[in-house]
Design a protein around this ligand. Structure first.
Ligand SMILES: [Mn+2]
Length: 319
């Protein structure tokens, strides 16, 4: 649903008077978190605003080619008169250090599970990415998009749609992408960087997960251990995108990955085909996301969390 004109005007008022703006996004940032932080930040900088871009986990190596990504720090260095959260469904996802600052002034997001945690909440669940929303609003608010901001935003659109192939892709999302290309953005290069290229270690890590692949009903799943991660030499705490390979299995409606984390936690990712909504399941485990792609971090051993989630899934598929 489009965001009301009055909410957009409130956000515009705040942005036009703010001098020092802090932009934050979620932990374990993806391309939309980094792309939206950077796209918004670079556009505000071009309008002579003082901007701090902050992410609790920093910029993943696969987005460091983006111009300005080295300006994203892990902690704010000074105060700000306006705080904006992008691509965050709830305050907790910003990370403990940053959520301690209190509710942000503006929350720009597209998750259906968004908790409207800011003073002004711009939430559009029909947008494929927050980057799409920013590409639409920033020019309307009178901000010029520098080419580097266009590259960052296009990266958000590419990654959240896994290369324009998720079910929620709209003509509007593609038109906005085309408009960003008109800024001189090298879309094929950014597509290759964001979707195609992977490290050798990531593929070795996949191997450990693919060896344990399981199937039942219409589900396919596997787990990744910290031991497997060490053996493969993979440095991330994530699933290295293996979930997208699992979700390619024919005749399976739901794919899941259980990724062992330090401190006796397990990160679970869900992918669902059209007709299934896994976001409510993720929400019931303290996570969130979209109907077709969700995640949660659950306390317990790998074994405990798998048993618990698999039993919930069995009830979900056979109510
Ligand atoms: Mn997003």
């Amino acid at each position: 649903m489009p965001i009301s004109e009055s909410l957009l005007a409130q956000a515009q008022d705040l942005l036009s008077t703010a001098r020092h703006i802090l932009i934050v996004s979620h932990q374990r940032p993806d391309g939309d978190a980094i792309g939206s932080t950077l796209g918004l930040g670079l556009a505000l900088q071009a309008a002579n605003k003082q901007v701090q871009m902050v992410n609790a986990d920093g910029v993943p190596v696969n987005f460091r080619h983006l111009t300005g990504s080295n300006e994203i720090k892990r902690t704010p260095i000074s105060g700000a008169d306006c705080v904006i959260a992008v691509d965050c469904s709830d305050l907790h996802r910003i990370g403990e250090g940053l959520s301690a600052l209190g509710p942000p002034d503006i929350n720009i997001d597209h998750h259906a599970t968004n908790t409207n945690f800011a003073k002004i909440n711009l939430v559009d669940v029909d947008a494929v990415a927050v980057a799409q929303m920013l590409a639409e609003y920033l020019p309307r608010w009178g901000f010029v998009l520098p080419r580097a901001a266009g590259s960052a935003l296009i990266t958000g659109l590419i990654t959240d749609t896994i290369g324009f192939r998720t079910r929620n892709v709209t003509p509007k999302a593609l038109r906005i992408t085309a408009d960003l290309m008109e800024l001189g953005v090298d879309m094929p290069m950014l597509y290759e960087q964001a979707i195609i290229l992977r490290s050798f270690e990531a593929l070795q890590f996949w191997g450990t997960g693919l060896q344990n692949l399981q199937r039942n009903d219409r589900m396919v799943w596997t787990h990744l251990t910290m031991e497997g991660r060490r053996a493969a030499g993979y440095s991330g705490r994530d699933d290295a995108d293996l979930i997208n390979i699992l979700s390619s299995v024919r005749d399976c409606d739901i794919a899941m990955i259980f990724v062992e984390q330090p401190n006796c936690k397990v990160k679970v990712s869900w992918r669902a085909r059209s007709g299934f909504d896994v976001s409510q399941i993720a929400l019931s485990f303290g996570g969130g996301g979209h109907p077709a792609a969700s995640g949660a971090e659950i306390s317990g051993t790998l074994e405990e969390v798998q048993v618990s989630v698999l039993s919930t899934m069995a009830k979900f598929l056979n109510p």
